[in-house]
Design a protein. Structure first.
Length: 91
């Protein structure tokens, strides 16, 4: 099984998303964060399961209808690079 590493920018992306949602609904924000993290954790076993990303060398997990986890697989590690809202311009 591969290891999972969240890059600093990905953690910051998720924190910003959660803080924004928590302004209106703290419970929904916590649930979303837990859901995204749980789905990212599954990448350790099935890293090739999701579509090839728009940026070379990446893949994209649609973790929620509005949020995409951008990641790459390097050697024996999955690196979560970004968490983007589906409406955001990427890359």
């Amino acid at each position: 099984m591969l290891s999972l590493l969240w890059k600093k920018q990905a953690r910051l992306d998720l924190l910003n998303i959660v803080e924004h949602i928590a302004q209106d609904n703290p419970d929904a924000a916590e649930e979303l964060a837990n859901d995204i993290e749980a789905k990212a954790e599954k990448l350790r076993e099935f890293p090739e399961m999701y579509k090839v990303g728009r940026k070379r060398g990446t893949r994209e997990l649609v973790a929620h209808k509005n949020y995409i986890v951008v990641y790459r697989v390097i050697n024996s590690q999955v690196e979560v690079l970004r968490v983007k809202h589906s409406a955001q311009q990427w890359p």
